[in-house]
Each structure stands twice: as structure tokens, then as C-alpha cells.
Ligand binder design. Structure first.
Ligand SMILES: Cc1cc2nc3c(=O)[nH]c(=O)nc-3n(C[C@H](O)[C@H](O)[C@H](O)COP(=O)(O)O)c2cc1C
Length: 122
């Protein structure tokens, strides 16, 4: 696959190429407070949240449900990675504004909540 930023479309279960990002592995590791191992991964999944999609229904409880949802997603990535002899590592230590800028989301109506690099285990 061409290096760059892709958007996952869950309903279609497909990927859409958004754009290339110059020095993307380096930028991701800088945005994750210098966690250099992330730059070595061939793939990093980054989850963003659109709070309104939870708030219209769960109101003040939305932040709890959003956190649970993100946790479930990442846990499933651990299972899927293991099934193909790959490894992943949940990442919650990151610079919010840098990650939001990297993904071109506004940090208010949509922002990064979690990410995880994936790579083969040798
Ligand atoms: C919410 C959450 C955030 C995490 N953030 C990071 C992180 O930023 N950097 C990192 O190296 N590991 C991070 N981890 C992974 C943990 O450090 C640890 O590797 C993982 O929970 C597995 O632990 P175990 O190998 O001892 O079972 C995170 C884990 C969780 C659940």
C-alpha cells in the first residue's frame, strides 16, 4: 500500500486514501511524546471521536461510553493482531493538538482518542 493517511469506512468496510503525510512515522512518534517504537510499525490505527454521535443519546454519560467504546475497539485489535501473529500496543500518551493536527481534525467536534501501532512479531 502507498504510505499515507487512510480513513476506514465501517459501513462499507473499506479504506479511502486521504493524503500522504511527509515524514509520517517521525511525526507520529513526535506526537506521541517521543515513543520511537511507533515509527517502526508498518501500520498505526488512530481512533478519533465525534462526541455528538454519543451525546445526542447519552448526554452527560457520553464521555464514559466513548471511553468504553474506544477500549473495546482496541481490545479487538489486540485479538485480531494475535490471530495473525502480529502485535499491537495501546497508546494513550500523546500530544492532543499534534495528533489532531496530523489527522486534520478540529480538536473540538472531532478529536483523537486512542491509537495503536501494529507490526509482525518475528
Ligand atoms: C489505556 C491504555 C493506554 C496505554 N498507553 C500506552 C502508551 O502510551 N505507551 C505504551 O508504550 N504503552 C501504553 N499502554 C500499554 C501498556 O503499557 C501495557 O503494555 C499494556 O497494558 C499490556 O501490559 P502487559 O504487557 O503488562 O500485560 C497503554 C495501555 C492502556 C490500556
Amino acid at each position: 500500500m502507498k504510505q499515507g493517511l487512510y480513513r476506514y469506512l465501517p459501513i462499507e468496510h473499506s479504506l479511502v486514501f486521504e493524503h500522504d503525510i511527509l515524514d509520517m512515522p517521525l511525526k507520529i512518534s513526535q506526537a506521541t511524546l517521543g515513543q520511537n517504537f511507533i515509527a517502526e510499525a508498518p501500520l498505526t490505527l488512530v481512533w478519533t471521536v465525534v462526541p455528538y454521535r454519543m451525546e445526542w443519546r447519552y448526554a452527560l454519560a457520553a464521555h464514559r461510553v466513548i471511553a468504553m467504546d474506544a477500549g473495546h475497539l482496541c481490545q479487538n485489535l489486540y485479538l485480531a493482531s494475535t490471530a495473525i501473529n502480529a502485535g499491537t500496543c495501546a497508546i494513550a500518551a500523546y500530544h492532543q493538538e499534534k495528533m489532531d493536527t496530523l489527522l486534520n481534525v478540529d480538536g473540538k467536534d472531532e478529536f483523537v482518542i486512542y491509537l495503536a501501532p501494529v507490526g509482525k512479531i518475528s
